[in-house]
Design a protein around this ligand. Structure first.
Ligand SMILES: [Zn+2]
Length: 76
């Protein structure tokens, strides 16, 4: 647990990169030319599942989570 805590203390909670890098304006601007907006399809799928659950009317708490259902792929 101490090793995990030490690791998390060095990782930025916003971007997940080492704080020594992402909090250094010059290093970040030297490494990257800018950012692009992308879509996480896993999060989109989870959001859709939560939307359907909320719309079902059976929601009585905010403790829901989601899991993804693997497709059965026939590899013949
Ligand atoms: Zn950061």
């Amino acid at each position: 647990m101490l090793a995990l805590q030490a690791y998390e203390n060095r990782v930025c909670p916003l971007c997940g990169m080492p704080i020594g890098f992402c909090h250094d304006y010059d290093r970040v601007h030297e490494a990257f030319a800018g950012g692009e907006v992308e879509l996480c399809f896993v999060t989109e799928m989870r959001e859709q599942a939560m939307k359907q659950y909320r719309e079902s009317g059976s929601v009585n708490s905010n403790a829901q989570t989601t899991s993804l259902k693997p497709r059965i792929i026939d590899k013949q």
